[in-house]
Design a protein around this ligand. Structure first.
Ligand code: NAD
Ligand code: UD1
Length: 336
């Protein structure tokens, strides 16, 4: 079996390519490298001892996609490619709708032309919107999204649902990730943000390694146990394995939606203290104003993935902070 992985050189994509290869599933990666370094795939090849076919191309380039489908016998597509920075999406909405929404439609058209009808799509818990009550369950409707990134994810979910409704040949899986963090336990692949990290875990790791002076905690006056926001963090290797499970379990027609999270919430302060305790380092922090658009607390109900995909997050918070720190120490400046 051969799978096309778009965005496979990126953070979640590279970990998923590794897990696919470990299951003897062949992989072709299409990535334009706008937010990745091909070194990630070289390391995956070293770790697995297996080759990865890599094509540097944009998912909006239908001719490039046609050539990939003509050259390889692809059974399914795992579609990670897209832009993901919430703040940037507010400033540059057209970039986000183009890469995420238009890119997904071009990809689905190329798939249909090639007779490939199985897609697993990277969605996000953000599609539950601002008013939803945690824990989030798949039976809840999508809510009102507050930024173009989140709206683009909701739009692609709808586009792919319509495609599957129109033609029973299609099987579409929408995986709603909660907050992926961590790195492969080898410390060889991990998250390599460009510039100042937007997300909590890479920021903590860069403070620990001395690249940043201190962490700003965005608000400690939320209605939560310690006043800081709570999220459902899951280990990226667990998340990657969720894709393999989804690939194996969902061959049937239609649209299938799964939350991928642990089902438990951790506060910002708890995360900082876990990182300090497990790794024996200090993370200086200051309390800063709330960040616009942040919700106080949300986490997954992950029962559906357990029942239907036989997937559960296996790694705990200690694994997540330990593996993040190993990656950061071994690669203080990322892949360069
Ligand atoms: P990432 O930026 O590391 O990976 C995305 C990859 O897609 C990168 O390698 C990038 O170079 C590539 N890419 C971007 N636009 C492209 C295009 N037009 N054509 C071809 N390649 C393109 O991000 P990630 O964290 O690995 O996220 C993967 C997917 O999961 C994204 O769709 C993201 O929105 C989604 N997601 C991520 C998170 C998270 O917290 N990391 C949470 C929910 C959903
Ligand atoms: C963010 C996005 C979300 C996206 C997800 C991908 C926003 C509002 N939401 O989620 O749409 O799907 O990333 O991973 O950007 N924090 C700090 N200091 C920091 C960084 C973060 O205190 O320097 C806090 C935040 O306020 C938040 C928590 O840490 O409470 C987690 O933040 P982050 O890692 O950015 O994830 P989300 O905001 O949940």
């Amino acid at each position: 079996m051969k799978v096309l992985v778009t965005g496979g050189a990126g953070y979640i994509g590279s970990h998923t390519v590794l897990e696919l290869l470990n299951q003897d599933i062949d992989v072709v990666v299409v990535d334009n490298l706008v937010n990745a370094n091909v070194e990630s795939l070289k390391r995956v090849e070293q770790l697995t001892g297996k080759p990865v076919d890599f094509v540097q191309a944009d998912v909006r380039d239908s001719r490039a996609l046609d050539a990939v489908f003509a050259e390889h016998s692809i059974s399914a597509v795992i579609h990670f490619a897209g832009l993901k920075a919430v703040g940037e999406s507010v400033a540059k909405p057209l970039d986000y709708y183009s890469a995420n929404v238009y890119g997904s439609t071009v990809l689905a058209q190329a798939m249909a032309a090639a007779g490939v009808h199985r897609m697993i799509f990277s969605s996000s818990a953000t599609v539950y919107g601002e008013g939803a009550q945690a824990p989030y369950v798949e039976t809840m409707p999508r809510g009102v999204t507050s930024n173009p990134y989140g709206t683009s994810k909701a739009m692609v979910e709808q586009v792919l649902t319509d495609v599957a409704n129109a033609d029973p040949a299609w099987s579409v899986v929408l995986l709603r990730y909660f907050n992926p963090i961590g790195a492969h336990e080898s410390g060889q692949i991990g998250e390599d943000p460009q510039g100042i990290p937007n997300n909590l875990m890479p920021f903590i790791a860069q403070v620990a390694v001395g690249r940043r002076e201190q962490l700003s905690i965005f608000g400690d006056d939320y209605d939560t146990a310690d006043g800081t926001c709570e999220r459902d963090y899951l280990h990226v290797v667990d998340l990657a394995k969720g894709h393999v499970k989804a690939l194996q379990a969902t061959t049937h027609s239609g649209t299938h939606v799964y939350n991928l999270g642990t089902g438990t919430a951790t506060s910002v302060k708890q995360m900082v203290h876990a990182f300090e305790r497990v790794n024996n380092v200090q993370i200086p922090y200051t309390i800063a104003p709330r960040r616009a658009g942040d919700l106080a607390a949300f986490w997954a109900n992950a029962d559906k993935a357990a029942t239907e995909l036989d997937w559960r997050a296996e790694k705990d918070l200690a694994d997540m902070v330990r593996d993040t720190w190993r990656w950061q120490q071994q690669n203080p400046n990322g892949y360069i």
